[in-house]
Design a binder for this molecule. Structure first.
Ligand SMILES: *Cc1c(COP(=O)(O)O)cnc(C)c1O
Length: 463
């Protein structure tokens, strides 16, 4: 079982001239624990196992492509977040990263709350028994039907995203004879992605109500006058795949500034602030994400400090990690199909899935790594691009990586860190059948979302 450093991938290929990409110095058989889920090991015979089960057995039983989700890792990450934030804060898992009934049950058992942002996600959460008061409902264009369903179910909070929605939710709640707990989502003028953040001029987007020009203060004014609403806090979500805490710092400072303004104007101290999600994970060995306890400490310190200087009691903090919980817990298992060496360029390795099961590379130019998992190999490295089977030249799963040069059709390869925004964004492009999600734990594997069938496809096509 070797779990040492993963080869340094040719991540900077874009800035290096063609032909100057250096082969990795380290062992291609090594599995970097930063990008693989916790129970992944390479066994003495060279094959990779997860949750005590060899990947070849998983492929045989469930087919490929398949998302293999490490349940004990998922649960451990939930616990780490819940413990890091403690009893005075709330962790909401962002369901859009990946949601299924099994996931809802795990969240419930591990003490997490749940963010949903559509009627479908709400239905899944309620069906699997998540208590409504532990659900927060998001979205910039919730329908009246969705609002009615959320209010009727008694969700713990609805995050208001526009002036129209303030009125809509108030109206629905009043009509149902209740008062809905709400937060107002503000845009604080910070946009953060990965290592960078920009602290001005990012109000130009569809989410939230801008803080800068007094719009947010006006939204608060309106919400406070409506009988159907109980305004409990302010919400801010600044981006995704963030490593740098500086953006959160600016966001927290601005949100606390609004709380102070609200106190001054209305004499009310809102009891909650939500700083959103967006915490980054390692997709390749070059990413260095923060641990939940570091994040909790950084956010707690910022909010406490800002509240002290504004003379406010520290509000209850909540956060909404999606990717940071589920992302690292799954990998996509593919079977290698055709292999096409392009002289002087690279070798194209085609797999039996592609952009239909992982759109992130095409959509965001995302980085991934890949390893041969059905066996080990002593062959030298070859520069590969892992591509899918779709009729689209942008159908790329892994842009640049090294795999052993003896790779052959029928080998199994796996792309780690695909737990977030892969199955949830999967499509039926080319009438592909969306892969199953197989949960493994302690030597047991079970399907939690089954593979689509041609029958499923044809059932929707009513002629
Ligand atoms: C998408 C989203 C999240 C989760 O983002 P991650 O990058 O998966 O952590 C949290 N909160 C809101 C409001 C979101 O839109």
């Amino acid at each position: 079982m070797s779990r040492s450093a993963h080869p340094a991938g040719p991540r900077h290929a874009d800035v290096l001239p063609e032909g100057h990409w250096t082969a990795p110095a380290t062992d291609l058989n090594a599995l970097d624990e930063k990008v693989w889920s916790r129970t992944v090991t390479r066994d003495a015979d060279g094959a990779v196992s997860v949750g005590g089960i060899e990947v070849a057995r998983l492929a045989e039983e469930f087919g490929t492509p398949a998302y293999i989700l490490d349940e004990s890792d998922f649960r451990a990450r939930c616990r780490a977040w819940a413990e890091a934030f403690g009893a005075d804060a709330d962790v909401f898992y962002a369901g859009k990263a990946f949601l299924s009934r099994a996931v809802v049950r795990w969240l419930k058992e591990e003490g997490l709350n749940l963010d949903v942002c559509s009627g479908g996600e709400l239905a899944t959460a309620l069906d699997a028994g998540m208590p409504a008061e532990r659900i927060a409902f998001h979205g910039n264009n919730k329908t009246i039907a969705e609002i009615e369903r959320a209010v009727t179910a008694g969700v713990g909070r609805i995050v208001l995203d526009s002036f129209q929605e303030i009125v809509r939710v108030a109206h629905v709640a009043q009509g149902l004879g209740t008062r809905q707990r709400v937060q107002i989502r503000v845009t604080v003028g910070v946009e953060a992605h990965t290592h960078e953040f920009i602290a001005t001029a990012h109000e130009d987007q569809k989410f939230g109500i801008a803080l800068a020009d007094g719009q947010a203060a006006e939204a608060v004014r309106r919400a406070l006058t409506l009988d159907g609403l109980e305004l409990v806090g302010i919400h801010s979500h600044i981006g995704s795949q963030i490593f740098d805490m500086a953006g959160f710092e600016v966001s927290a400072r601005r949100v606390v500034g609004l709380l102070a303004e609200i106190r001054d104007e209305h004499g009310v101290e809102l009891p909650e602030i939500d700083l959103g999600g967006g915490l980054g994970i390692a997709y390749t060995s070059e990413d260095d994400p923060r641990e939940p306890h570091e994040i909790a400490k950084a956010l707690g310190d910022i909010v406490t400090r800002e509240c002290e200087s504004a003379g406010l009691a520290t509000p209850r903090i909540s956060v909404e990690p999606g990717r940071a919980i589920v992302g690292p817990t799954a990998f996509t298992l593919y079977e290698v199909g055709t292999i096409k060496p392009l002289e002087g360029l690279r070798t194209y390795v085609s797999v039996d899935g592609g952009m239909s099961d992982n759109i992130r590379t095409a959509l965001y130019d995302a980085e991934y790594s890949v390893s041969l998992v059905s066996r080990s190999s002593d062959a030298g490295p070859m520069l590969v691009r892992v591509v899918g089977k779709h009729c689209e030249s942008g159908d790329i799963v892994v842009k640049d990586a090294f795999l052993p040069s003896d790779l052959a059709p029928g080998d199994l390869i796996a792309v780690p860190a695909t737990g977030a925004y892969c199955r949830s964004m999967a499509s039926n492009y080319n009438h592909a059948l969306r892969p199953p999600v197989v949960a493994v734990r302690d030597g047991r594997a079970r399907v939690i979302v089954r593979r689509e069938t041609e029958e499923d496809l044809l059932r929707l096509d009513v002629g």
